[in-house]
Design a protein. Structure first.
Length: 155
């Protein structure tokens, strides 16, 4: 009987040691795999993003989307209507006089925004409008260069 208990104790010790090793290995991988992924991502200077812990484009909306929020929950979080977002986008000098071709409610890097698609002449713009207060946050010119709303107003 004593020998059986000793055998069980050894098995439990081996199981605990295996679990501890697995946890340590998992913890180590958890810290190095995102680093490797960030290095291979193609965006403006991935190493700069990693150092500054910043995603591109870099803007902050008044409504933050929780990580576990579903797309269905986004509409309950908005404070402005799609029509108000269109008006806000068209009031920006860069796209004023353009035609709205589409609008969608999006979770952009944890920010709740309306993406308002506008054509003006031959240019196509994607205007990010804060779904909480209607401020224009960013304008994507569709040429892989994004213009800060503040910069575009100053022009």
């Amino acid at each position: 009987m004593k020998k059986l208990q000793t055998s069980k104790a050894r098995i439990y010790d081996k199981i605990l040691a295996t679990l501890a090793l697995s946890l340590m290995l998992g913890f180590t991988l958890m810290h190095f795999v995102p680093f490797a992924s960030a290095q291979s991502a193609a965006q403006p200077s991935a190493s700069t993003q990693l150092q500054n812990n910043v995603q591109y484009p870099n803007y902050s909306a008044s409504i933050k989307v929780p990580e576990n929020a579903s797309d269905e929950n986004l509409t309950a979080m908005v404070k402005i209507t799609p029509d108000q977002a269109k008006s806000a986008a068209l009031s920006n000098p860069t796209v004023s006089g353009g035609n709205v071709t589409g609008i969608s409610l999006d979770n952009e890097n944890g920010n709740l925004v309306y993406s308002v698609q506008i054509t003006k002449g031959t240019a196509v713009y994607d205007v990010k409008v804060d779904a909480g207060n209607g401020h224009v946050l960013f304008i994507d010119t569709g040429m892989d260069s994004e213009v800060s709303a503040v910069e575009s107003i100053a022009e």
